[in-house]
Design a protein around this ligand. Structure first.
Ligand code: SAM
Length: 162
């Protein structure tokens, strides 16, 4: 598989997983959290899927497409290890969906980040809600669900919050 093929497959899997979650998340009240704005592609998709929901975004440095920048009062700007704590105090455990897409190509660094990221995000997750992550996150209250149809194994990690 070329790097182009691999990129396309990853983007398709991300979109398919978000689309798969739509009806389940519709049944759960609460805001949606986008952790890692990047170019704003998945934020834009979440806005399309859930036009009536509050979508809060976590990003250390905004560099997204100008059309995909959240309003100031929906943006937690700065490092997620600090802003998740701020959000937990503001929002509590209310999120119907958390989509997290942080990390780099450095596997060891991603594993180290996962150790604090999962428990930190757990403070924001509503009971009955969902988490879609680009890395494995080990949280006792989260039950891993099978990959959505068409999404390759262990490319994205889908959890239901008990
Ligand atoms: N899903 C996004 C999209 O569709 O465009 C791509 C997200 S990109 C892979 C990851 C983003 O997370 C980057 O914009 C980076 O600045 C941000 N990020 C990485 N680590 C972070 C951290 N510890 N705190 C806050 N933001 C972080």
């Amino acid at each position: 598989m070329s790097r182009l093929d691999s990129f396309i497959a990853r983007m398709q899997a991300q979109r398919d997983a978000l689309n798969f979650l739509k009806p389940m998340v519709d049944a759960v009240p609460g805001p949606i959290l986008e952790v890692g704005l990047g170019n704003g592609r998945t934020y834009d998709h979440l806005r399309e899927l859930f036009p009536a929901r509050d979508i809060y975004v976590f990003e250390r440095k905004v560099a997204a497409h100008p059309d995909c920048i959240p309003p100031d009062d929906r943006l937690f700007l700065g490092d997620a290890d600090r802003t998740i704590d701020e959000a937990a105090r503001k929002l509590g455990a209310t999120a119907a969906l958390i989509h997290t897409d942080l990390g780099t190509g450095d596997h060891e660094a991603n594993v180290a980040m996962g150790r604090w990221l999962g428990p930190a995000l757990d403070r924001l997750a509503a009971s009955g809600g969902y988490v879609l992550a680009n890395q494995s996150l080990d949280v006792a209250r989260w039950q891993r669900l099978p990959e959505p149809p068409g999404v390759p194994k262990d490319r994205y990690f889908l959890y239901r919050v008990r």
